[in-house]
Structures are given as structure tokens and as C-alpha cells.
Design a protein around this ligand. Structure first.
Ligand SMILES: NC(=O)c1ccc[n+]([C@@H]2O[C@H](COP(=O)([O-])OP(=O)(O)OC[C@H]3O[C@@H](n4cnc5c(N)ncnc54)[C@H](OP(=O)(O)O)[C@@H]3O)[C@@H](O)[C@H]2O)c1
Length: 294
């Protein structure tokens, strides 16, 4: 049993990791910038208020709690990586109990077009130069985004999004030609997790097959994506209240471009799937069957 701090554990990815830790023999601690009394708390959960601008305080917290592993699940925005994550890594390097660090990422390795990659890659260099054990987790796109609304089987805290295929409205706006496998190959140092490698075109055909209805299919060319333009899907409109249209189109066009990259190909060998064969990831077909059976 070890003590694990999930920094940003109040968020979409972190909260799930905390819940999984709660059901394991390890002890999870949610690190948050907010005061503990403002948090929704279950009896097993331990909330710790962390000031990521103060390295000595972070060291004291890590040592007092005898934290062995820190998992950073910070939102990739603003100075979260440049300041909060960088300071946390420095504190982890000093803390006498802390041996492992997982940087925030949980996506794909091709982040070059975004403004934060400088901070993302400098965190990797810092970790590489340290005595810490570290691992980068790359999982492509979470299938959660394709779940039917209110799906009780799949508990997810991710903010809602409509990514390329708007299943509810049976409309798709596919980046590129749609034949490239969506979940790309990752660097050797990362822990890769594969749910289902599938092209957007196959995803749509499978949707039509499982749901028994035709999808209206559009294609966004590489040139359009490079101009940060994506076709608006009906489901996008409800997202704009929290994610203004211009910023949404910019963000999504970048991520969609990654999935249209002709060099992307999946490499299943050496993934965590092989290490944990007893864990059966949900497939796209399985998710579509939830839509059919709801
Ligand atoms: N592959 C995919 O499909 C996918 C999808 C979603 C996310 N992700 C990745 O998963 C990671 C977590 O994303 P998420 O959606 O879970 O994030 P999120 O919910 O938006 O935010 C997670 C937490 O980050 C903390 N935070 C925000 N700004 C911060 C700052 N400047 N300094 C310190 N803490 C800050 C907040 O915690 P407090 O306010 O409590 O401190 C927040 O609850 C990111 O690396 C993201 O790229 C991948």
C-alpha cells in the first residue's frame, strides 16, 4: 500500500483516478487549490489544499502525508503546467518519501501545435534529469465523449463534448479523409492504453450498423482544420455556454488534425493492455450498443 496524491483530483480525469484508488488497497489524496470545506467529500476521500506557488509548503505536505506517488491531472491551461506542475515536480524531487511522478497529459504525444507544449516537454526533461520514476500516459481520445447522455453504466466526470461524431443527431464532420486510425502511436517511454483503434469512417459505418439509421456525413479538409475551422455539429451549440464558439473551434480543429495525421498508426505491442489482460476496455461497438439499448 502506498499513499498517492492526485493533483487536480477534483477534475474530470483526476476524480476518476481518486475513485479507483479508493477501491484499491492504496490511499488516495485529492490535492486542490480550493479549501477542503468547499469540496464534495465521501468518507474515504482525503482533500488537501495545496498552494502550488509555494514549494517548501508542498514539500511539507508531501512529507507529512508520506506521499509515495504524485499523479498530476491538471487541466492543460494557463500556467497550470508552467507554474503549478513545475513547482510540484520540484517539491517531489525534494520530498524524502516521494518516488514517482506522472505528468498531466493523458492524451496523445503530438502536442506541438498547442501553446502549452513547451511546458509539457520541459516537465518531461526535468523528470528525465531527476532520480524520480516517471511515466507518461497516452490514451488517445477518451471514449467517454461518445457515451449516451445520462449513461449510468459509464461513470465519467469529463466535461461534455461532441467530438467529430454527433451520435445523438446522427451527424458527423470527419477530419481529413477519415480512413486514418484515430488512436496514434506513442513514444516508447509512455504507458499506452488502447480501448479500440478505429478510423472515423469505420466508426460511422459501425454506428449506422448498430443503430440502424443513416448518419449525415461531412468532411473537414486538412486546409480547413489548419485554418481552425470545423463544421458545426448540432450538439456543439449547447457547449458554447461554457466553451465559446471561436475558442472551441480552435481547440477542436487542432485535436481533429492530430487524428487526421497520415503518420498515425497504432502499436498495440507493449501496451498496458498486455500487462493487464484481465481488464477489458470498452470498445466503440460496446458504446454504440449502450446507445441502441438505452
Ligand atoms: N485524451 C482525452 O480525451 C482527454 C480528455 C480530457 C482531458 N484529458 C487530459 O487529462 C488531463 C486532465 O484534464 P481534465 O479535463 O480532467 O482537467 P479539468 O477537469 O479541466 O481540471 C483538472 C483540475 O486542474 C486543476 N487546475 C486547473 N488550473 C490549474 C492551475 N493553474 N494550477 C493548478 N491546478 C489547476 C483544478 O483543480 P482545483 O481547482 O481543485 O485546484 C481542476 O479541477 C489534462 O492533461 C488533459 O489534457 C485528456
Amino acid at each position: 500500500m502506498v499513499n498517492v496524491a492526485v493533483a487536480g483530483g477534483t477534475g474530470g480525469v483526476g476524480r476518476t483516478i481518486i475513485e479507483v484508488l479508493d477501491s484499491s488497497h492504496h490511499q488516495g489524496f485529492t490535492f486542490s487549490r480550493k479549501p477542503a470545506e468547499n469540496q464534495e467529500q465521501t468518507p474515504n476521500q482525503s482533500f488537501i489544499t495545496a498552494d502550488y506557488t509555494n514549494i517548501p509548503n508542498l514539500v511539507t505536505t508531501l512529507e507529512t502525508l508520506e506521499i509515495h506517488t504524485v499523479i498530476s491531472t491538471f487541466a492543460v491551461k494557463g500556467d497550470s503546467l508552467a507554474t503549478s506542475q513545475a513547482n510540484l515536480i520540484e517539491a517531489v524531487k525534494i520530498s524524502k518519501y516521494t518516488k514517482r511522478f506522472i505528468p498531466s497529459g493523458f492524451a496523445i504525444s503530438s502536442l506541438q501545435t498547442l501553446p502549452q507544449p513547451k511546458d509539457y516537454f520541459s516537465a518531461l526533461s526535468t523528470l528525465q534529469a531527476s532520480n524520480l520514476e516517471y511515466a507518461v500516459f497516452t490514451n488517445g481520445i477518451f471514449l467517454d465523449y461518445f457515451a449516451p447522455p445520462g449513461c449510468s453504466i459509464l461513470e465519467s466526470y469529463l466535461k461534455p463534448n461532441v467530438f467529430v461524431i454527433d451520435i445523438a443527431n446522427r451527424v458527423a464532420a470527419i477530419p481529413g479523409d477519415g480512413d486514418v486510425p484515430v488512436w496514434p502511436q506513442q513514444g516508447e517511454e509512455g504507458f499506452r492504453v488502447v480501448g479500440h483503434e478505429i478510423s472515423w469512417n469505420r466508426f460511422v459505418r459501425m454506428g449506422e450498423d448498430v443503430l440502424g439509421s443513416k448518419f449525415e456525413v461531412h468532411y473537414d479538409s486538412i486546409e480547413e482544420l489548419k485554418r481552425f475551422e470545423i463544421k458545426e455539429l448540432p450538439g456543439h451549440q449547447t457547449l458554447y455556454a461554457h466553451f465559446p464558439k471561436k475558442a472551441f473551434q480552435w481547440f477542436m480543429s487542432i485535436f481533429e488534425l492530430f487524428t487526421a495525421d497520415g503518420n498515425s498508426c497504432i502499436k498495440r505491442e507493449g501496451t498496458l493492455n498486455e500487462l493487464f489482460p484481465e481488464i477489458e476496455p470498452l470498445t466503440v461497438r460496446g458504446m454504440l450498443e449502450y446507445w441502441r439499448d438505452q
